[in-house]
Design a protein around this ligand. Sequence first.
Ligand code: NOJ
Ligand code: CA
Length: 734
Amino acid sequence: MKNIITKLFGPLLPHLGELEGGSRIRRGLSLLALLPFLASAQTVTSPNGNVTVKFSLSDSGQPTYEMSYKGKTVCKPSHLGLELAKDKHASKFMQETDLMDGFKETDHKTTSFDETWRPVWGETATIRNNYNEMEVDLNQPSSNRNIIIRFRVYDYGMGLRYEFPQQNDLNYFVIKEEHTQFAMNGNHTAYWIPGDYDTQEYEYQITPLTGIKDIIRRDREKYKSNSSTTVFSDTGVQTSLQMKTKDGLYINIHEAACIDYPTMHLNLNEKTLTFESWLTPDAVGRKGFIQTPFNTPWRTVLVSDDACDMLSCKLTLNLNEPCKIKDTSWIHPTKYCGVWWNMIVGTKTWSYTNDYPSVRLGVTDYSKCKPNGTHGATTSEVKRYIDFAAKNGLQEVLVEGWNVGWEDWFGHQKLDVFDFVTPYPDFDIKYLNDYAHSKGVKLMMHHETSASAINYERHLEDAFNLMNKYGYDAVKTGYVGDIIPRGEYHYSQLMNNHYQRVVEEAAKHHIMVNAHEATRPTGICRTWPNLVGNESARGTEYEAFGGSVPYHTVMLPFTRLQGGPMDYTPGIFETKLSEWSDNKSFVHSTLCGQLSLYLVMYSPLQMAADLPEHYEKYDDAFQFIRDVACDWDDSKYIEAEPAKYITVARKAKGTDNWFVGGKTGEEAHTAVVKFDFLDKGRKYDCAIYQDAADADYEKNPKAYKISHRTVKKGDILKIKEARGGGFAISLIAK
Ligand code: NOJ
Ligand code: CA
């Protein structure tokens, strides 16, 4: 037996490779991983044996896989394949028959991989990437075309993708639909938002799989309130889709490394309880122009019997390519405040004047109009925020509404909306940047594109040069409204390429990117760590637009955050907006619930989103935002249940200090925190920020208490969280 293994796989036996950041990695083929291969040519098992994926070809030669976890079925036999465009949607030079069936297996390889890499920023200082891989080489004799299906099987899930090597008989093709199935083994509970080509800014619904249709039908009209929305099916949902089975398995479907490809949705066949991929089309319905060689994004399925594993698992990042930026020294986790919440609530405006119902860039003369008196981004107001940031250790100040065009920015499918370089007359760009720098603070740029990607690409180089000139190193971009090129969708291949181009161009200029309304992330921040944030979900702004359910932030870590951090913009202390504005909305969280989000919603970019004057009123609670880190050496999920509660402890980068946060949903919860993660023999100054006994997100959101004590390893704290509440703890090593 040993001889056969050496003969077959000798050339592949262990060799050393280079780890990102310069350390050594171990890469190679473990003999153990080969055993399943020798036993059955179609099966690969995860390193600890929990997850098994089996591949087979059906009688008609259709690729099929099934997946199990500790012997329980996760995906029943599910087909794989691609339907190609053979009509007017592909040019006459790109007419290809389908890649669905008629395949024969030509080769089959199983290998294993184990490396530990260092993210530029993250929840942990190092990430282990350990999987067993199965490559299945297929040929379709009728067309003589070859494809590869590659599976990577981890202890908490698997990824699979299609690969199209360069070959004589397959060079260009157009996708009509990808038919990757995920056949569920029961009518699981699903935590879902409707499939939509243009927005992810939805509240999560919790229903059995067969309950999806009724809700989408019921709410279709309501969905139209977003600025751009295209719901495509009564049974369509977005990824990442979280599910829970009746026997306690957590299953999550998403994708990794979505590059040069449309974003995937899932459509449910209610009869068979099978999800199938449903790609975002382009303006005329095509779903991807492909040139070989090409690899699709990974289709991922996470699975565990412990919900904490859904949150700590790094499978999405691991399936992305290593960092492509050589010098990453300019990329830094950032806490920031900004001229923002006032506009969202409606007490200030992005626009400078009310005189112009429409604006033409370069023609409209702002020196001739009357300022409206409500403009937010004035030199004096920005200066106030810079002072606030400097005083409280926040590194940057976001300023929205600094540039001309906001009087007429949205709703008219206008191509030339902004030029991204011309400030309003009352915003002194040079003075403010110099002033900020003198105080150790940077301004954060804002580029609202109004979804005119064409216009943004035309201005990008000038816009980034302006940022370099004045010393900005981060930009928040935005894509509100219907996409231009007209007819395109936010998540099409063309738009995904646009977002990617912006990130790569920004990297050349040493600029970090935080893209709002762009496609949901799929772990690309591993490869391009200057992508420090995305919105791509319903953020805090919706608390001013009518509110979000209190369990929303207890869902996002299970779903949206699978692909990368979210710029959720937490930290609203004056939760009842009518107390200081005409806005009737309120934030569906207690004040301590807001503090907990700095831990529960991991992001290297964290906003203190409320107004400085509100923080000054609750300065003792604001101390937590001043203290909390946003880059971590270690993270331990203590307890978690989708939509119910999440409690996590994190160790601040380069220190011995820990921070703990807990958030609850609609119901009160008592978190039990055992300090077994602390260093033995060490004492810690512990500050606890918790909901008061009578706190409640609706009736009494600002009731909190702060207490101090000394704790050591092994101590246990029981902390009561109110409805829609939470807690935050800092542990400073003595
Ligand atoms: C929507 C973004 O999510 C929000 O943060 C921003 O203020 C507005 N667009 C204007 O760009
Ligand atoms: Ca938004």
